[in-house]
Design a protein around this ligand. Structure first.
Ligand code: SF4
Length: 371
């Protein structure tokens, strides 16, 4: 298949691996964070780490949408479904994120709450149209990739006069999280970023320039196929060796410097910055998430149902916070693969296939056990 087969070619991968080995300097370590959960999944799935020399270390970042949602945000959705009796619609992975009181949206559904999995905002609107006598809340999560469809759904609901539809807005912003990682006084030491693929198709490459210019960290935007990731790693190594810090774009088949202006305009029309937002693992980050603009407040479920955010500490045994900051690996968590598995996740990083723990469990832990 075009754009797939040529980016999974084994011979090319071996050639790239040789170029990476030849390009690394023996006296130093290269620590690159792959921000995006899609890259974390690809790295585990295709065994990319096995092709890299020991001096190249890949550090998982916080770019998995369900992983960074703190418990209190899931609690809000559970309260809407259980206490307010709304139809709560959201994407599949979000259903299994652990909430307070041993609940999740899926467990709330098992107890009788009307929770529905949808594949798109169009589906959520359809639920609202089909049940005009019920309140329908769409739990809107994700980075800049999933934000434009939510904005389009709000505009559609307004235009149709769909008064029983609202959203619980948990959309978050990639550059703000990257700032938080680089600015953290006790943060992980990094030599550069493998930049997100889908997010960058929307925001473009320009927003990353500050990380090169201000923090001196190279960023190479990469596609999701294994050769994309390996080529990005090679490009990062060449920058580090040359003492350069620039934004480079490996994913030129989909990403431009400007990004998708239409999608950006849609987001700007419907959303504005929250003053601050608590992320799992990263703490409260100013201007790192979105809320509906005042003119769309009728569609804001937080206001309509008065469900305020209450912070809740993570399970004490769970190391998701440190993993999302890049200072621990999944196998450093003492309940990884025992009490916490994809079938019974204790923390959010074990829920989605993009979560570091789920990816490592699915593709990596058996290799480690055998080593
Ligand atoms: S293994 Fe489970 S409990 Fe441990 S850090 Fe990962 S998600 Fe959290």
């Amino acid at each position: 298949m075009k754009y797939i087969d040529e980016f999974r070619d084994g011979d090319l991968a071996r050639g790239l691996a040789a170029a990476i080995r030849a390009g690394t300097e023996a006296t130093r370590e290269y620590r690159f964070m792959e921000f995006c959960g899609g890259h974390t999944h690809a790295i585990s799935r295709y065994g990319i780490i096995d092709l890299l020399p020991e001096s190249v270390r890949l550090i998982h970042g916080p770019g998995c949408p369900v992983c960074v949602l703190p418990i209190g945000r899931i609690d809000q959705a559970v309260r809407l479904a259980v206490e307010r009796g709304v139809i709560l619609a959201t994407y599949g992975d979000t259903l299994r994120v652990p909430a307070s009181h041993l609940l999740s949206l899926l467990r709330a559904k098992a107890l009788g709450a009307d929770v529905r999995m949808v594949y798109s905002t169009t589906d959520a609107l359809c639920v609202a149209r089909t049940h005009p006598d019920r309140e329908v809340v769409f739990l809107a999560i994700g980075f800049e990739t999933t934000t434009p469809p939510t904005a389009a759904a709000v505009l559609k609901a307004r235009d149709e006069g769909l008064g029983n539809f609202s959203i619980l807005c948990d959309h978050v912003l990639t550059p703000a999280a990257m700032h938080a990682i680089l600015a953290a006084p006790d943060g992980v030491a990094l030599d550069g970023f493998v930049g997100p693929a889908h997010v960058s198709t929307v925001i473009g490459s320009a927003p990353y320039e500050t990380f090169a210019d201000v923090y001196g960290k190279p960023v190479v935007i990469a596609g999701f196929e294994p050769l994309d990731v390996m080529r990005a790693i090679h490009m990062l190594i060449l920058q580090v060796n040359a003492g350069r810090a620039a934004v480079e774009n490996e994913f030129t088949r989909a990403v431009t410097r400007e990004g998708n202006r239409k999608a950006q305009a849609l987001m700007a029309q419907v959303f504005e910055l929250r003053d601050d937002f608590e992320w799992r693992g990263l703490g409260t980050i100013p201007h790192s998430a979105l809320r509906l603009r005042a003119e769309f407040c009728d569609f804001d479920a937080e206001l309509r149902f008065d469900v305020r955010y209450q912070p809740v500490p993570d399970n004490k045994a769970c190391a998701c916070g440190e993993i999302l900051r890049g200072i621990k690996r999944p196998q450093d968590c003492r309940i990884f693969g025992t009490a916490c598995t994809p079938e019974n996740p204790i923390g959010s990083c074990m829920v989605s296939s993009e979560g570091a723990c789920a990816a490592h469990y699915t593709y990596g832990r058996f290799r480690e056990a055998a080593a």
